[in-house]
Design a protein around this ligand. Structure first.
Ligand code: UDX
Ligand code: UDX
Length: 455
């Protein structure tokens, strides 16, 4: 029986391994993590991450051919294939601080694998890494010369949070990078076989290692660029009375452009886009490609501009002062259907509102616990309220920051009646029925559209 190990039981490692175990009954999958609490949660009825459909997949496979443990060394010793899915955040110190990827966890894993292994292993990079990281990994693994063979592959994960299970079940493609040598190709084939249990062969792409590593960074850069591009146009729409939804629809019907990922918003968040683009920028700088670095950096700068612009507009429309005013934020997660708040636009927006001495009340169906951690240093100025109606009570403005489905069907008449007048509503996701809200009496401001005002 093939034994697979995954180091890192996070948003990527957990769901991905659960799906591999579900689809490969002849493979035993173990997920290890240094965080005991996380592992305990994976072994409980209360999984550490909220992801639609994940509970069922884990329940089906756990204890059968899916195991969660903190025994990293045992897992390494027994495994044939080791996925490394530990976090690779942006460096906060030293050379490349604020831009380069922090590879310390990843390198520790490589050294541990070298130390503990007594049998041959295929080591798979699942974490998103700078291009040519596999070369460094190979150098570490080959430094031992213990007669153990290591083949390094790159297999980036393209799942998006909130739709992880559907993305894993029916991926657009699986990407596997390996060396063109016979040994490298044998390793590639072993991993192809794992995915071929449920993914059609033509969707499993194999490339060289460097193309695979670079494709992940490039995919995220292109996706984020689309959001920044439409968000830049939203600013122009607000200045000209064009409607960004109409513009997005008009351009998206061109089959060369396509309709997806063109929703103007308060800004993109999530653990990957900003980190990976900065990683790409740093790589370009390292290779002396200054213009290329600047080109991609602009995507991140445009996103920050969009987040700040949202608060600036609130301030301007609310008579240039929000000091002492109650502002209710509907949603704190970086997108709907996840409790994840990493790089959520809501974090910067809350801080900007607090800087104006506003009182901020935050509600979210899944992300309140993370919000409390993100805002721990300013928690005494913020109220965390699970009930959206209570959050909006006595508020001067409501700002929708996450497109949760349940926010579409709230009783906005009830909300309006409980608010201070004139009541303002800022829709950072163009998620609500603006004409109906205007009819109720709200002054409605959305992204890239003309406002609907009573005053
Ligand atoms: C991770 C990477 O950050 C990202 O670059 C890649 O694209 C996918 O994998 P994610 O799964 O969201 O993303 O990270 P996170 O939820 O932080 O999980 C990483 C886990 O690794 C954590 O549970 C952490 O405790 C664990 N870890 C970290 C180890 O087990 N060992 C370590 O040495 C470091
Ligand atoms: C992303 C990539 O999609 C995925 O392939 C990669 O593996 C990890 O990074 P994720 O961060 O989970 O996934 O979410 P995604 O759906 O890509 O959304 C990212 C951000 O962009 C969210 O804040 C979302 O609200 C925003 N967004 C997305 C928009 O503002 N407008 C859009 O049209 C699409």
């Amino acid at each position: 029986m093939t034994k697979i190990l995954c180091i890192g039981a996070g948003y990527v490692g957990g769901p991905t391994m659960a799906m591999i175990a579900k689809k490969n009954l002849d493979v035993e999958v173990t997920v290890v993590d240094i965080n005991q609490q996380r592992i305990d949660e994976w072994n409980s009825d209360n999984l550490p991450i909220y992801e639609p459909g994940l509970d069922e997949v884990v329940k089906e496979a756990r204890g059968r051919n899916l195991f969660f443990s903190t025994d990293v060394d045992k897992g390494i010793a027994e495994a044939d294939i080791i996925f490394v899915s530990v976090n690779t955040p942006t460096k906060t110190f030293g050379h490349g601080a604020g831009c380069a990827a922090d590879l310390q966890f990843w390198e520790k894993c490589a050294r541990r694998i070298l130390e503990v292994s007594t049998t041959d292993k295929i080591v798979v990079e699942k974490s998103t890494l700078p291009v040519r990281t596999a070369a460094a990994m190979e150098r570490i693994l080959e430094s031992g010369k213990k007669g153990v063979r290591f083949d390094v592959l790159s297999n980036p994960e393209f799942l998006a949070e909130g739709t992880a299970i559907a993305d894993l079940d029916n991926p657009d493609r699986i990407l596997i990078g390996g060396h063109p040598t016979p040994e490298g190709q044998k390793a590639v084939q072993a991993l192809v076989d794992v995915y071929a249990a449920w993914v059609p062969k033509e969707r499993i792409l194999t490339t060289n290692l460097w193309s695979s590593e670079l494709s992940k960074l490039t995919a995220n850069a292109f996706l984020a660029q689309r959001v920044s591009s439409i968000n830049s146009i939203s600013a122009l729409c607000e200045a000209t009375e064009a409607d960004v939804g109409e513009v997005a629809h008009a351009i998206g019907t061109d089959s060369r452009i396509g309709p997806k990922f063109l929703k103007a918003s308060v800004g993109f968040g999530g653990s990957c886009f900003k980190k990976d683009i900065l990683n790409l920028v740093y790589l370009c700088q390292t290779y002396g490609l200054t213009e290329v670095a600047e080109y991609w950096h602009q995507v991140v700068k445009m996103n920050e501009y969009q987040e700040r612009r949202f608060v600036a507009r609130m301030l301007k429309e609310m008579f240039n002062t929000i000091a002492g005013k109650r502002i209710a934020l509907l949603g704190f997660a970086f997108k709907a259907d996840t409790g994840d708040t990493r790089e959520s636009p809501a974090i910067l927006i809350t801080r900007e509102l607090l800087a104006e001495n506003a009182e901020v009340i935050i509600t979210d169906p899944q992300a309140l616990e993370h919000a409390k951690i993100d805002l721990a240093d300013v928690a005494e100025h913020v109220t965390f309220e699970p009930d959206p109606y209570k959050a909006a009570e006595g508020a001067h403005a409501v700002a929708l920051l996450t497109e949760w489905k349940e926010y579409k069907t709230l009783d906005y008449q009830k909300i309006f009646d409980s608010m201070v007048q004139p009541a303002f509503l800022f829709d950072g996701r163009n998620h609500l029925d603006h004409a109906a809200l205007h009819e109720i009496g709200f002054n409605v401001y959305s992204i890239g559209k003309a406002p609907l005002k009573h005053i």
